[in-house]
Design a protein around this ligand. Structure first.
Ligand SMILES: Cc1ncc(COP(=O)(O)O)c(C=O)c1O
Length: 379
């Protein structure tokens, strides 16, 4: 296992957060747990930029996606999916499974969607909801959330956003920008262990939670009631993971959201410059580059399995490609707890691994390029 984990989730978890979970299991209806659960929801709200309801469920980002989708669409709904990669396909599938009729529009690899793109799509057809990734993790493309939400709002179309690879690492301001629903998982930029699904609604978004759509996790009025008090039991919360997320959110607010977003922006730029200096071409184009993950094309002749093996021998773990990009790209996650030292160490390991595979990379080229960004930013 790599000692430095810089994959785009799950991400490194601080010892303080892990230790918060290492405690005797509390009753989910005890006053002590109820207080931590309530406070966790309170600490999550500013991270989503909402004063509205937040659902905290045992599960991963995929469950959050399904719970979010079924709260906004049902049979007869018309949805538009802006697909910028692999996870856009998930959105399409969950919306269809929820009974919506779905149109999908693909972007070119490395590109997201602009406000103009969405305006023109919405002028051609009537939709109830538009859905897209804030960050499409498979290509490291970021969509301009604020602008896309504005275009949808102008047409009265609801906005459903996959924030799995952005929430906690990039600004999301649901109330201010008019984003109806955003979901994520605990294991990415929120830097807690995997296992919690989180769905947030903009202020006044209780309307989405007024109907049961069947099952346990789609019984929205009862989910909402459990969030108001865990004594309104519907399912058993992931008690110890909630303690961990609570501790991580305390760290997030201790750092301050503005500082956290700036750290992500600076580290992202350092990673990009480093990768380019090592001779790699970035997948995402300007202005669609995410602050949480960076994908780059593997140089000709470099086989992913061998590079991955070399990197692991050097104590580092980054990710490969997904779906059609498998074996063609690498992805470096730089969200959550990642700091400047981690970035430098990972780039140093990458250069060394590439040289061992016969690539003509000048010693310290990537490190030097990254340090230039870090020094300039005062990191
Ligand atoms: C953008 C995005 N959406 C959804 C998911 C699915 O989340 P999970 O693996 O937690 O189910 C992921 C996972 O990487 C993701 O990156």
């Amino acid at each position: 296992m790599g000692r430095i984990l810089m994959i785009p989730g799950p991400t490194m978890v601080d010892a303080e957060v892990l230790l918060a979970a290492a405690r005797p299991v509390a009753s989910h209806t005890s006053p002590e747990f109820e207080e931590v659960h309530r406070e966790t929801l309170e600490l999550l709200r500013p991270v989503f930029g909402t004063q509205g309801p937040v659902l905290l469920l045992p599960g991963s980002g995929s469950l959050a996606m399904e719970v979010a989708a079924r709260s906004v669409v049902g049979p007869g709904s018309r949805a538009l999916v802006l697909r910028a990669g692999h996870f856009g396909g998930y959105l399409e599938r969950v919306l269809r499974a929820a009974g919506a009729s779905v149109d999908v529009v693909d972007s070119r690899v490395g590109r997201g969607f602009t406000r103009g793109d969405l305006e023109s799509l919405l002028s051609r057809s009537d939709y109830d909801v538009v859905a897209f990734q804030h960050v499409e993790t498979s290509t490291s493309v970021a969509n301009p959330l604020r602008e896309l939400a504005a275009a949808a709002r102008d047409r009265g179309v609801r906005v459903l956003v996959d924030g799995v690879a952005s929430v906690g690492g990039m600004e999301v301001a649901m109330d201010e920008w008019g984003v109806d629903v955003v979901f994520t998982g605990s294991q990415k930029a929120l830097a807690a262990p995997p296992g919690l699904a989180i769905v947030a609604y903009r202020s006044g978004g209780e309307e989405f939670l007024s109907e049961s759509r069947g099952g346990v996790y789609f019984d929205y009025p009862r989910l909402l009631a459990e969030m108001e008090s865990t004594r309104n039991y519907l399912f058993t919360p992931s008690v110890n993971l909630v303690y961990a997320l609570h501790a991580s959110l305390k760290r997030i607010h201790g750092e301050g959201l503005a500082s956290r977003y700036r750290r992500h922006t600076v580290l992202a730029e350092a990673v990009r410059r480093g990768l380019e200096a090592a001779g790699l071409r970035l997948v995402a184009e300007e202005p669609f580059r995410a602050a949480t993950v960076t994908a780059a094309w593997l140089p000709p002749g470099v086989e992913w399995g061998r590079l991955y093996g070399e990197l692991r021998r050097l104590g580092v773990e980054v990710a490969g490609g997904l779906g059609g990009l498998k074996g063609r790209i690498l992805r470096v996650g730089h969200m959550g707890e990642v700091d400047a030292n981690d970035v430098v160490a990972v780039l140093a390991a990458l250069e060394r691994a590439l040289r061992r595979l016969g690539q003509p990379v000048r010693r310290a080229a990537a490190v030097e390029a990254a340090l230039e960004v870090l020094d300039k930013a005062g990191f």
